[in-house]
Write a protein that binds this ligand. Structure first.
Ligand code: ADP
Length: 419
């Protein structure tokens, strides 16, 4: 157990640090050093020093500000805090006392006298100044604080504007790149379909398993790449507020039927079945038909992706006076509680989404982690809400997940949403 008296020295100049550490160390004190204001506050809380030596000009806060901050803390209300500074202009000492410092020593230190000067303050001594001088110094210190606050607010606003500018450049770059990639991709996609449909290729595929594997692999990869590019384009539009809703009357019954129809061939490949009753869906709501269909396809597509072969996906709707709540329930692997909010963030995927192996089947899962961020952007742009409920993730018990979309029957006229 170290019984020595602890001195905290808050100073950014290494030369002064070494000198004071040596002189006070030789005199039997334990010296702790901090180079910045915030670091000094942390060191004070950690070491609870008997006395603090304080430089006035520090990189982040002034010694006066650190002292005022320390004095607000009961633990440091009566600890001697002594300025040790090269500043010797008139009024500096008074300002330091007004800020809560106990005393004022100037650099360079007198090596012989320094330990007894410190001991003097440790014994309870305080520098005295007249009440008039104190009142004047307090006024000056307050004005200085307000000016510094103003300057910091300006700096923050400036760096915020700069960050927003850089963020916009990044979003523009992503959008431009995805856009430029989409044009050739559309052609590649079209040609790949033509190749697939061509009688010559069909014959070759039937004659050679190798050609069939090559062509199928090519087409599948092209479809995936084209899907990714479209997702990036949509999400960057949503993020930059460049997506504007084309609100019009939507027959949700028809939209749902169409989406489920489009999805049914993928579900069939996975031997999955849909259960739904289209009559539950309202036939008239005001929304952007295409974007709504995109959001619904994403949620239903996920239900298919994250449910093993043979699973069941049920889609239901409950219409309230002003809104409709759509629920998409699957019998899949489920989602852990801690992931349930984050899966709606951009590029967030719950662990190991690519390949799943459950007690029932092995199947391919994830993508880029953009689908649900897109859904959230679209649903919130409609003034609605999307969330998920699930007991947790378990690839053996398959607890399943239910995604809810609460959609107003009347979407706000134009709404831009940042995700
Ligand atoms: P991804 O392209 O990875 O599917 P999404 O944004 O659509 O991206 O989904 C994010 C993550 O949420 C997925 O990677 C997956 O871990 C999880 N997830 C989404 N839907 C389901 C679901 N129905 N069941 C289980 N996990 C899901």
């Amino acid at each position: 157990m170290d019984n020595r008296i602890t001195i905290l020295y808050i100073e950014d100049d290494p030369g002064s640090q070494v000198l004071v550490e040596r002189v006070l160390g030789d005199a039997g004190f334990r010296v702790v050093v901090a180079s910045r204001g915030l670091e000094g506050l942390e060191a004070a809380a950690k070491h609870l020093p008997n006395l603090i030596l304080m430089d006035i000009n520090l990189p982040d806060m002034t010694g006066r500000e650190i002292t005022t901050r320390l004095r607000a803390d009961e633990r440091f209300r009566s600890v001697p805090i002594v300025a040790l500074t090269a500043q010797s202009q008139a009024g500096e000492r008074e300002k330091a006392i007004a800020a809560g410092l106990t005393g004022y020593l100037t650099k360079p230190i007198d090596i012989d006298a320094f330990p007894s000067q410190v001991a003097h303050y440790l014994s309870g001594a305080k520098d005295a100044i007249s009440l008039d001088a104190l009142a004047q110094a307090q006024f000056e210190y307050n004005s200085e604080l307000v000016l510094r606050l103003e300057q910091k607010v300006r700096e923050l606003e400036q760096s915020n504007a700069e960050l927003r500018r850089l963020d916009k450049i990044k979003e523009d770059f992503i959008q431009l790149t995805a856009h430029e990639l989409r044009t050739p991709m559309t052609l590649i996609y079209g040609y790949s379909r033509l190749i697939q449909e061509s009688p010559v290729v069909k014959r070759l595929k039937s004659e050679s398993p190798e050609v069939k594997a090559f062509v199928d692999g090519l087409v599948e990869s092209i479809e995936r790449m084209s899907g990714v590019i479209n997702e990036i384009l949509t999400i960057s539009r949503i993020a930059t507020g460049r997506i504007e809703l084309a609100i019009g009357p939507v027959n949700l019954m028809r939209t749902m039927e169409r989406v489920l129809q489009d999805m049914s061939h993928i579900a069939r490949q996975r031997n999955q079945s849909f259960t739904y009753d289209v009559r539950q869906f309202p036939t008239l709501l005001q929304a952007d038909a295409d974007l709504l269909a995109l959001a619904l396809s994403n949620v239903i597509g996920n239900a298919i992706k994250y449910t093993p072969d043979g699973g069941v996906i049920s889609v239901t709707a409950r219409t309230n006076p002003n809104s409709v709540v759509i629920a998409v329930k699957d019998t899949g692997i489920g989602i852990n509680k801690e992931d349930q909010q984050r899966i709606f963030d951009r590029f967030y995927t719950a662990n190991n989404t690519q390949l799943h192996s459950t007690s029932k089947t092995a199947f391919r899962g994830g993508g880029l982690g953009l689908g649900l961020a897109i859904c959230k952007g679209i649903i919130e742009a409609h003034g609605g809400r999307i969330w998920v409920e699930s007991e947790g993730r378990d690839e053996v018990k398959l607890p399943g997940s239910t995604f809810y979309i609460d959609l107003p029957l009347q979407a706000p006229a134009v709404r831009r949403v940042l995700t």
